[in-house]
Write a protein that binds this ligand. Structure first.
Ligand SMILES: [Zn+2]
Length: 298
């Protein structure tokens, strides 16, 4: 991206993830907190899933953050389905998804119950989001980069309405609750992204030396072990609870049955799990996402 003209800071894409919702409430009352961070761009606050936020639930009818693939956006669908309607509204106002979108950058704030700290999720090999995220990893503790190489037109996330996006996952925090320390650092990270967008528009960030960072690239999601009826019959192994970003080798214990038997990881290559035991992913049949870790200059 050569210059960043329009930026959306969004929250409440999942209605029970309070860090982003409270950040928007705070900033909409005090616009001076964000408006002068990137004066070369128009910065807009967007509360994405208003109905789910009122319910303090992830979604009302379907997961809004799985509703933005080109296929779903062009699908006529059920007009009674709130998120399907809302996704089309957001696409009409801030997209349309694809090369003609009117939004350059989306910073979408989420929470996870997994112990992932501050996870900067990047979904495109975009020079600004890569460069800025590498700076942030060196500025803030407990910050990691997670790259999702999924084809952008088929990616279902709200952020993919823009040319580039960062999904900031903040955790561990139980859904429907809020932690002060996580809120404060998340706010500082979003402010830094805005400041770095300003540096980018002035050509300064491009001149800084690239930084060496660990990049966790999506490899595959895995489900819990299940019985013939499809019920979960093992839990995350106690070793793995709260060990996101640690190395998992083939044969290592990964799950534990209710009888206390350890079940090994059956994969054939070393991986680095994240989103371990995320509450919202039980319904998606995801026990964790496996990533591959590389050291890169960004
Ligand atoms: Zn979320």
């Amino acid at each position: 991206m050569s210059s960043i003209q329009t930026i959306i800071v969004s929250g409440g894409t999942h209605g029970n993830e309070l860090t982003g919702i409270k950040l928007l409430e705070k900033w909409s009352k005090h616009p001076e907190l964000y408006t002068n961070r990137c004066p070369t761009a128009h910065v807009e606050l967007v509360h994405t899933n208003i109905a789910a936020s009122r319910l303090c639930r992830r979604y009302a009818d379907q997961d809004l953050n799985r509703s933005f693939s080109e296929t779903l956006l062009s699908f006529v669908g059920d007009p009674e389905n709130y998120e399907m309607r809302r996704a089309k509204e957001l696409n009409a106002k801030f997209g349309p998804k694809g090369p003609k979108t009117r939004t350059d950058l989306i910073l979408d704030v989420h929470n996870t119950e997994a112990k992932m700290g501050f996870c900067l999720i990047i979904s495109a090999h975009d020079p600004f989001t890569m460069r800025a995220s590498a700076e942030l990893v060196h500025e803030f503790p407990d910050t990691h980069i997670y790259y999702q190489p999924e084809e952008r037109s088929m990616s279902p996330y709200f952020g993919t309405l823009a040319k580039a996006d960062i999904c900031l996952e903040v955790g561990p925090q139980s859904h429907g609750t809020i932690h002060a320390d996580l809120f404060e650092q998340a706010e500082r990270i979003v402010i830094r992204y805005l400041e770095l967008a300003q540096e980018w528009n002035r050509g300064l960030l491009q001149q800084k030396k690239k930084k060496s960072v660990d990049v966790y690239t999506q490899y595959k999601d895995i489900d819990y072990p299940r019985d013939e009826a499809g019920e979960i019959n093992a839990m995350i192994h106690p070793y793995w609870q709260d060990r996101d970003y640690s190395a998992l080798n083939p044969g290592d214990p990964l799950f534990r049955t209710f009888d206390g038997e350890s079940l090994p990881y059956k994969g054939t290559r070393k991986v680095w799990p994240i989103f371990i035991n995320e509450a919202a992913y039980y319904e998606k049949k995801i026990a964790m996402s496996l990533t591959l870790k590389t050291r890169e200059e960004w």
